[in-house]
Design a protein around this ligand. Structure first.
Ligand SMILES: Cc1cc2nc3c(=O)[nH]c(=O)nc-3n(C[C@H](O)[C@H](O)[C@H](O)COP(=O)(O)OP(=O)(O)OC[C@H]3O[C@@H](n4cnc5c(N)ncnc54)[C@H](O)[C@@H]3O)c2cc1C
Ligand code: SF4
Length: 498
């Protein structure tokens, strides 16, 4: 192959790719990052619920084919794609896993702790050490203090406290304090939307921006279609430009795959790589939302309030299920037209009418890794000629029991806050997908070694959320970032021998 050559090529610009690229570039390695999405646009439509949630202006040209909840048919699902990965759309909740969550991992919490601290610093997390009842030991305080709770979050705080719970501020990666950057104005379109102001500390505003200053090359719209293998080494990548449709190829000594828990296993499978576990053990958390309907407008100022977390129940299922239970978080309520759009037929009008009287709580429960929950390749092809990605998933009864346990607690809190009617619904998204290329201690039960190297190669490492052998009970981004920093450091220390 006669193609441009780099020290390292990174595929994907989410937490896994950006974290590794930041460290590699910082150590002076000539690094190229390939990302299939374009750059976030940062215009008025980025805060428009119709444009983002219904018209889906960032959706991928390559749908997934998803079969879930025991259905016999595959249904197309379009994920978003952009430089910065899902960090551009995320809610900024930045929590650490707890020590007990590492039971099935080849590393311990203490191995990851320094990188959690570093990730919190790089992502500018505002949090309050010691407030979370099950917080793991920390070597440093949060870099920044939380901002005051807004009225909808205060309502939840009062209700939860009166029930004896210990709500605490969600550690948030939003820019409330740095005057050198646009600051957060506490708008009500954050989770699920790009920040038009670039005040969210997504990766384009933090790690990728810093890495670019240090020499990282980012090529947007670059879809990697295949990893080229010679024996135990990956020698190059091949792909197609999403905008020009032109093919490309690049060579490197080191490759970091970070396409996310759906696309990374698919690329390995397309390249004929990976052992028997690649694509299997996909997890996504077992999430539910409880909507409480109040006799008053819950957020007349339309202000941000994803600020409060309850972790009181985190360990309640550890003895019985061997897993965390999970957490409850305050979450915004979409505008009336969006609620009407997604409400079931027959309920659309009434749902739209009560939208202003709703306050939601999101329940995030740990789900178990099952080999049959799987990413595989379909015989159907996308517009670029690549096999479409198939996803099959079902929850266990215990997963649903943990979620239902949390939704019952959430209803209790909302009732105490004044809600008189409740609607509980499950979340079908793959926004917390993890585990499909997991790390472990042997090739028989894992795809990656403890340093996230694909067992069968010398120079391919996987750093996105797919490395996680269990999902734990908190939002995953900080753990993915911390692990990518850990692996990045290992790569810079061992580069000459890789
Ligand atoms: C709406 C929403 C809200 C969320 N809120 C939170 C939150 O508050 N807190 C939290 O912790 N987590 C949150 N999450 C989850 C979090 O964003 C993800 O867990 C995390 O971003 C995953 O990081 P990743 O690096 O594994 O993958 P991704 O962020 O998915 O990045 C992978 C990147 O690789 C690119 N890619 C894939 N295949 C290829 C290819 N073949 N060639 C080139 N590029 C490729 C993709 O386009 C993508 O940009 C949220 C997610 C969503 C969708
Ligand atoms: S809440 Fe703040 S960070 Fe989030 S989109 Fe609004 S202004 Fe941006």
């Amino acid at each position: 192959m006669n193609a441009p050559s780099y020290d390292a090529v990174v595929i994907g610009s989410g937490f896994g790719g950006a974290g590794a690229a930041h460290v590699l570039t910082g150590a002076g390695l000539r690094t190229l990052l390939l990302e299939r999405g374009g750059w976030p646009r940062r215009d008025d439509q980025d805060w428009d619920q119709q444009a983002i949630l219904i018209d889906k202006r960032y959706q991928s040209d390559s749908p997934l084919l998803v079969r879930q909840y025991g259905s016999s048919t595959f249904v197309p699902l379009h994920l978003n794609e952009t430089v910065g990965g899902m960090s551009v759309f995320y809610g900024g909740a930045s929590l650490r896993l707890r020590e007990g969550d590492f039971a099935r991992w080849p590393i311990k919490y203490s191995d990851l702790e320094p990188y959690y601290t570093r990730a919190e610093q790089l992502l500018g997390v505002h949090g309050q050490a010691g407030a979370d009842p099950f917080e793991p030991p920390r070597s440093a305080a949060y870099p920044l203090a939380p901002v005051a709770l807004t009225p909808p979050a205060q309502r939840i705080q009062q209700a939860a406290r009166s029930l004896g719970y210990r709500p605490f501020p969600i550690p948030l990666a939003l820019n409330f304090s740095d005057p050198a950057r646009p600051r957060c104005i506490l708008c009500n379109t954050c989770d699920g939307f790009p920040c038009k102001l670039k005040a969210k500390n997504d990766l384009t505003a933090t790690l990728l921006q810093e890495a670019q200053v240090q020499g990282l090359e980012i090529r947007a719209g670059a879809i990697v279609t295949r990893l080229v293998r010679q024996g135990v080494r990956i020698t190059g990548v091949e792909g197609v430009d999403k905008f020009t449709k032109q093919p490309f190829s690049f060579l490197a000594r080191l490759f970091v795959l970070a396409g996310g828990a759906i696309h990374s296993p698919a690329l390995l499978l397309r390249s004929g790589l990976g052992g028997p576990t690649v694509g299997r053990f996909l997890m996504r958390h077992c999430n539910g939302v409880v909507a409480g309907i109040f006799p008053f407008a819950t957020n007349p100022a339309q202000i941000f309030h994803k600020q409060l977390c309850l972790a009181d129940f985190y360990e309640d299922h550890r003895a019985a299920h061997g897993t965390a239970t999970g957490i409850i978080q305050d979450i915004y309520t979409p505008a009336s037209p969006v609620i009407r759009h997604f409400a079931p037929t027959g309920f659309k009008r009434i749902a739209g009418m009560v939208a202003g009287h709703i306050q939601n709580l999101l329940c995030i429960a740990e789900d178990e890794p099952l080999p049959e929950n799987q990413v595989s390749l379909s015989a159907q092809r996308d517009v670029f000629g690549m096999e479409l990605v198939q996803v099959q998933h079902r929850y266990t009864e215990a997963d649903c029991a943990r979620r239902d346990y949390l939704t019952a607690k959430a209803r209790h809190v909302l009732r105490r806050a004044g809600a008189f009617l409740f609607k509980t619904y499950r979340l079908d998204s793959f926004s917390h997908a993890v585990g499909s290329v997991r790390f472990g201690t042997s090739p028989a039960e894992s795809a990656l070694d403890p340093n996230c190297r694909l067992w069968e190669t010398e120079n391919l490492f996987v750093t996105d959320s797919s490395f996680m052998p269990s999902s734990g009970g908190v939002n995953p981004s900080l753990t993915i970032a911390a692990n990518a920093l850990r692996v990045g450091e290992y790569l810079t220390q061992t580069y000459e021998n890789i």
